[in-house]
Design a binder for this molecule. Structure first.
Ligand code: UD1
Length: 420
């Protein structure tokens, strides 16, 4: 196993470019199953999750090749409509092959992804949406088995206890594009990655309107064709790099960071005292000398993203004063708290809240990554901490950040990989 070693305390300076969005590319790859023609997806990050999705497509009989940031998929000779437990259990996003398999074959069998370290993650909204299209759904031996003699458009409300669901919206959209008639999804997720998927499907010949709003309308078509498509930049990676500049009191240009995708995060940072300007193709980040604490509540897009909560907490850990975080999407997503405290942070968790008393300084320590965004939070803390931080189980970071240490090195950070 590999670990990441960071010697902190260097203000980051320079320009870095964000990779393609992981959370866009995974459903896009699944959507390629909807046509027997070739699709080419560009700006694909080289990540473990992308390799897992490619393995799933191949296990279904599709050909999928990844080279130079492009994935070419041809799902002409699919041999199976079953997505196996071994693959699906390693990555929750693989559950989004359910919609395309149902759309194309009128049947699908996909392993239930189960919970994960950030909490219970049900799929009731996916099932509700699929049922509204006329499919029969059974749970058998840990698999969701769906079948529809006639897949037809339907009206549905997809809001759950925690708001809308990104992958449930994706799954229903992908099944509905080949259903007969019109589908209306109320309380659809508005995330930019959902918009990216809808735009990709439209380029394949689908008829989707309203993407990016809580009401999506889909007029079913008979078939979709192959196409080329460029994935949007990763807003969570962009936000993490913005925070890397802010936490180290650096001066960086983050190319591919879009203001409109990061409005809630940038608004908080501006309240904090971080100056952010538009520059050609990205954002320039220059924090003021002393920052102010801010409170953060995570909610579905366009509010503050749960995927940025851990990283923002690292910044508040070194911002003198008190801040309160409330996690409304995954109330148990606080694994980073104990590790940040090992580095000298003063964070107290109370149910879905965390109270942070910002310190002047953190100190480097051996810490353990527990999940993707928690590992990014530890990287940020390591960049500002005094001394050496060693982050073990760095494979979590590799699930969602392409060449993170190379990007940080480019900005002047002392960071490298080592064997554990
Ligand atoms: C996606 C993102 C993930 C992000 C999350 C929330 C991808 C590949 N992953 O995950 O990085 O953290 O959105 O922004 O895009 N829920 C239900 N029932 C369901 C489905 C979800 O109650 O059937 C709940 C979840 O437990 C959670 C909330 O709804 O509390 C939002 O989850 P959801 O948007 O579905 O997350 P994912 O799409 O899995």
């Amino acid at each position: 196993m590999e670990k990441l070693v960071i010697e902190g305390g260097i203000p980051l300076k320079g320009t870095v470019t964000v990779s393609g969005a992981k959370n866009s590319v995974l459903p896009l790859l699944a959507a390629c199953l909807l046509t027997n023609e070739r699709c080419r997806i560009k700006n694909v990050p080289n990540l473990r999750d992308v390799s897992t999705m490619i393995k799933i497509l191949r296990s279904l009989g599709a050909s999928a090749e990844f080279s130079n940031g492009e994935v070419t998929v041809e799902a002409k000779n699919l041999k199976s409509h079953t997505a196996d437990y071994k693959l699906v259990s390693t990555m929750r996003a693989s559950f989004c092959v359910l919609g395309p398999l149902l759309g194309r074959f009128r049947k699908a069998k996909v392993s239930l992804p189960g919970g994960c370290i950030i909490g219970v993650r049900p799929v009731d909204l996916h099932i509700k949406g699929i049922q509204a299209l006329g499919a029969k759904v059974d749970i058998q031996g840990g698999y969701v088995v769906v079948e529809a003699k006639h897949l037809s458009g339907g009206n549905m409300y997809l809001g759950g206890a925690f708001g809308s669901s990104v992958l449930a919206t994706d799954n229903v959209m992908m099944a509905a594009v080949l259903a007969k008639g019109k589908t209306v999804i109320e309380s659809a997720a508005c995330e930019p990655e959902v918009v990216d998927l809808a735009n990709f499907l439209n380029k394949m010949g689908a008829k989707i309107r309203g993407q990016g709003t809580p009401c999506i309308e889909i007029e079913g078509v008979r078939h979709l064709h192959g196409t080329d498509y460029q994935v949007i930049p990763d807003r969570i990676e962009a936000g993490t790099l913005v925070l890397a500049a802010a936490i180290t009191k650096g001066d960086c240009v983050i190319k591919g960071a879009f203001k409109e995708h990061l409005a809630a995060v940038l608004d908080k940072l501006s309240d904090c005292g971080v100056r952010i300007e538009d520059v050609d193709g990205g954002l320039r980040v220059r924090p003021r000398k002393s920052l102010k604490p801010v409170n953060v509540t995570t909610l579905p897009y366009p509010c503050f993203p749960t995927d940025m909560q851990a990283q923002m907490m690292s910044l508040m850990s070194v911002t003198p004063g008190v801040s309160v975080f409330t996690e409304k999407i995954y109330p148990d997503r606080f694994m980073h708290v104990a590790e940040l405290n090992r580095m000298g942070a003063n964070i107290m968790r109370e149910g879905p809240h965390a109270i942070i008393e910002g310190k002047k300084l953190l100190s480097g320590a051996p810490v353990m990554a527990s999940d993707l965004r928690a590992s990014a939070a530890l990287v940020l803390a390591g960049l500002v901490a005094k001394g050496r931080t060693e982050i073990s189980r760095i494979y979590h970071l590799d699930r969602g950040y392409e060449n993170m240490e190379l990007k940080l090195q480019k900005l002047g950070a002392r960071v490298w990989r080592d064997r554990e």
